[in-house]
Design a protein around this ligand. Structure first.
Ligand code: S3P
Length: 189
């Protein structure tokens, strides 16, 4: 994990990227975080679907994973031009060297770490993740984890997405707000 204060000092970051496995809560956490600091929120899967005008599932069915990854990389590199934005990145997007490079340089990256058993429970009935259809979910998640965990763990911040996530998230938000002097932007409910 990076020393966040050091990173804030080095670059004036106005982008936050949430990374982690499918089902780790990137979109709900990202939406909440963006709302709190009054930044924009982008879910890369939703942006891909908007651009291609078909669902992620259909992209995998009609083409293949390789094709999906190409579009994913293109969409993310465009999204990363936006400032004051929180991004929820598709679980496999960090496999792209290019995406990792831009993310490292320009974003505070946050890994939402969730144990495999919890992910299995969350994803068992899910029909929208092509990589998990007609397969042994436990086996698949374990192999994805073996490949991706070292990349996820190189994030600037690691949050264990547990029952206490709201507390941890508040701490991270607080740090971000202080660093950017953004407290004035926080909406009072
Ligand atoms: C994928 C994760 C999905 C989506 C696609 C592939 C992956 O996004 O991009 O189904 O390779 O882990 P979420 O992580 O938002 O579910």
């Amino acid at each position: 994990m990076t020393n966040l204060s050091e990173k804030f000092k080095k670059i004036h970051i106005k982008k936050i990227a949430l990374i982690g496995h499918m089902g780790s809560g990137k979109s709900s956490v990202g939406r909440k975080l963006a709302k709190k600091i009054n930044w924009d929120f982008y879910d890369t899967d939703a942006e891909i679907e908007r651009e291609c005008k078909i669902s992620i599932k259909e992209i995998f069915e009609k083409y293949d994973e390789k094709y999906f990854r190409k579009i994913e990389e293109k969409v993310i590199s465009k999204l990363f031009l936006k400032d004051k934005s929180v991004f929820s990145l598709g679980g496999g997007s960090i496999l792209s060297h290019n995406t990792r490079k831009i993310m490292k340089k320009n974003c505070i990256s946050i890994f939402l770490k969730v144990d495999i058993d919890t992910l299995i429970k969350r994803l068992t009935r899910n029909k929208n993740r092509p990589l998990l259809i007609n397969t042994n979910i436990k086996k698949k998640l374990k192999s994805l984890n073996a490949q991706r965990l070292p990349i996820y763990e190189s994030a600037d911040v690691i949050i264990t997405n547990s029952k206490n996530i709201n507390n941890t998230l508040e701490m991270i938000i607080d740090k971000i707000l202080k660093s950017y002097n953004l407290n004035k932007n926080v909406k009072k409910n």
